[in-house]
Design a protein around this ligand. Structure first.
Ligand code: HEC
Length: 160
């Protein structure tokens, strides 16, 4: 979209929203208004990631009965979630470490951070495919690859 069309579209949406009595001075800036919104968003997303990951982990470790449909559903949820937190490291969330465990090196090594994100997302995709086999022998190594994806990013980029 051209800058002008974008401005017009933004103005229209501000008018529309103002008409509803909601102030929308930030509407066009980014998906996040403030640094603290961005941090909260990415932390909540990671906590849903952990929730789904822990559920599957129970089945992979044999601590929870394997249920193929439930496992597939959780793998699919993790796949969608694997895209969610990373949006909140740019825009209003860029270089924000207040009330956050994100380390400043994320933005110094941005392309490496993105590469770790991509590796993680690719591993989750393979986990989804393996889940369809309903065979734990195929699932387990893909689950371990995914776990490594979490670990390899946390190692350099998250404070413990
Ligand atoms: C490419 C990097 C990256 C990958 C991959 C990644 N994380 Fe994280 N994770 C982070 C960063 C950075 C934070 C700190 C976010 C903050 O506090 O602003 C974090 C925070 C978290 C948190 C704490 C959330 C909270 O409530 O504060 C959990 C739990 C978590 N990650 C789990 C996982 C799990 C489980 C995986 C893999 C299935 C994973 N992460 C994959 C970078 C990553």
């Amino acid at each position: 979209m051209s800058m002008k069309a974008w401005t017009i579209a933004a103005s229209i949406s501000v008018i529309a929203i103002t008409g509803l009595g909601i102030t929308a001075n930030h509407a066009a800036a980014s998906a996040f208004t403030t640094a603290s919104d961005a941090v909260e968003y990415r932390q909540k997303a990671f906590s849903l990631i952990r929730e789904n990951f822990a559920y599957m982990s129970g089945m992979v470790r044999g601590e929870r009965d394997y249920d193929a449909d439930a496992f597939k559903q959780r793998a699919q949820a993790l796949y969608h979630l694997s895209y969610i937190p990373f949006e909140a490291f740019s825009g209003a969330g860029e270089n924000v470490t207040a009330n956050s465990d994100a380390l400043p090196v994320i933005w110094e090594n941005w392309s490496d951070f993105e590469a770790k994100r991509d590796t993680f997302q690719a591993a989750v995709k393979e986990l989804v495919n393996a889940a369809a086999s309903e065979n734990m022998r195929e699932i387990r190594p893909k689950f371990m690859d995914t776990a490594r994806g979490c670990q390899q990013c946390h190692q350099g980029y998250r404070a413990d």
